[in-house]
Ligand binder design. Structure first.
Ligand code: DLL
Length: 441
């Protein structure tokens, strides 16, 4: 069964889609050149005039924008309309440096809601659904985005926001939530809480729309089992609007990018060269419909690849593969590139759950990496009461994990298998890595 929110756009033949993108790009370039000094200066410096952009084939003539540019232009430097036309801001969590503040006109909000509505419908959502949103509400885009999409679809919307697991479970059971929207790490935590309380029979969930952080296929499988649902990935970033820039359909094989609003490119992060389809590189977006915060060729730092292979769902929009992580999430340990997602794959394949933490440090001139992972409830229950016996089993388990990690990463990793409930649970984006080396940098 195919579920579309806007079939005329979501299944538009690619030639027609390209023509639409070209028309919108030309208009957008004119808009930013006329209204944003930053773009005018950048384009003048690059020797590109709006008249040089005739369609998407000219996209690469435009200069890139980076996160540093956003910091330099904070807060109003990239505004494309007078402030009086703006009706909302959203912002990033700003863990490093200045926050990014994104502005929206009412039309921009309508576009964003529409993108999220498409995502909900692609996950099987209809007006008969009860959509339980426990992404954070407020400056974070997760709550407001899915909330807007859910309203458009006509679902009964539960604006739960994050945290307070007891209350989440109470509403979920009392009001019969059918679609769950939250980070995958919080979905896993809810799964754990449901199992502990024996509530699985009382849960009516059928689908989950999970994103805002990287998660592996192994984690998807665990969440689907624990909650008895189909788990859909959703991607987005504050700078480009928020969730719904791309989302999965029933095929669950990559996320369709909403190409009528955002043009994707994949580039070599070192040279800026545009890479052919199928190659992994840094994802770059150009917004062709947003007016208040219109980013052109914005470098996301997310690494993935694109495919325009036909999808059985009928959508024609290109798909992006799950980002393997951000280029700035990648750790270089003992000279080797390490992504948290590689570690997660090894742990989950060995039967652990996604309750783990990675601690990187430097002792003398050598990097060290330690992975702490929790016993699952079953493993914990099977542990002997005798401390020495337990120690032996734990040591064996640590060796098994260390071997798996050595095979995956090619370096020695110290492993600590710890008791259930030792590692803090997340309510939003999980913090998996503690890089103590940064303290000395
Ligand atoms: O996380 C928007 C969002 C909210 C997406 C809810 C999906 C669901 P930011 O806080 O600006 O916005 O963080 C954006 O999070 O550049 C990626 O690195 C990462 N990210 C977002 N979705 C995914 C995903 C929201 N599905 C940054 N898989 C992005 C992997 C993701 N990483």
């Amino acid at each position: 069964m195919h579920n579309y929110y806007q079939p005329e756009i979501e299944t538009m033949p690619r030639e027609q889609l390209k023509a639409l993108q070209s028309e919108r790009l030309v208009r957008q370039v004119r808009h930013v050149y006329d209204n944003v000094k930053f773009y005018r200066d950048r384009m003048d410096a690059a020797g590109v005039a709006p008249e040089d952009i005739h369609g998407i084939e000219d996209l690469a003539k435009l200069p890139f924008i980076t996160k540093d540019d956003l910091k330099d232009q904070y807060p109003y430097g990239l505004l494309g309309v007078p402030l009086s036309e703006c009706v909302r801001i959203q912002s990033t969590s700003g863990t490093t440096g200045k926050r990014v503040v994104a502005f929206y006109t009412q039309d921009d909000l309508d576009i964003w809601d529409e993108c999220c509505a498409r995502a909900i419908v692609a996950a099987g959502g209809t007006k008969d659904d009860v959509c339980h949103v426990c992404y954070g509400y407020g400056l974070f885009t997760g709550g407001p985005g899915l909330n807007g999409g859910s309203h458009k679809v006509g679902c009964l919307t539960l604006p739960m926001s994050s945290g307070n697991t007891e209350r989440q479970l109470q509403f979920m059971t009392d009001l019969g939530s059918t679609i769950l929207c939250c980070t995958p790490s919080y979905a896993a935590n809810l799964g754990e809480a449901i199992a502990e309380r024996g509530l699985k029979d009382k849960i009516k969930l059928k689908a989950g729309i999970f994103g805002a952080e990287p998660w592996t296929e192994e984690m998807r499988h665990n969440i689907e089992e624990a909650l008895g649902i189909k788990a859909y990935d959703i991607y987005g970033l504050t700078e480009i609007s928020g969730p719904g820039v791309s989302f999965e359909c029933e095929e669950q094989r990559g996320m369709h990018i909403q190409e009528d609003h955002f043009i994707p490119e994949i580039i070599n992060p070192d040279t800026g060269e545009v890479l052919p389809e199928g190659e992994i590189g840094e994802l770059v977006f150009t917004c062709i419909t947003k007016k208040a915060f219109p980013l052109l060729r914005y470098r996301t730092r997310d690494l993935c690849y694109l495919t325009s292979e036909k999808c059985s769902c009928g959508r024609t929009h290109i798909r992006m593969h799950k980002p393997t992580g951000r280029s700035d999430d990648m750790m270089i340990v003992k000279g080797v590139n390490v992504f948290p997602s590689q570690i997660e794959t090894v742990l989950l394949n060995q039967g652990y759950q996604a309750n783990y933490q990675i601690v990187v440090d430097r002792i003398g001139n050598s990097d060290t990496i330690e992975v702490q992972v929790e016993l699952t409830p079953e493993m914990q229950a099977a542990m002997p009461a005798d401390t020495a016996e337990k120690e032996k089993i734990v040591t064996r388990k640590e060796k098994e994990v260390a071997t798996g990690l050595k095979n995956m990463l090619g370096i020695k990793v110290d492993v600590k298998v710890v008791d259930l409930k030792t590692i803090a649970r997340s309510e939003g984006k999980a913090v998996r890595v503690v890089d103590k080396r940064k303290l000395y940098a």
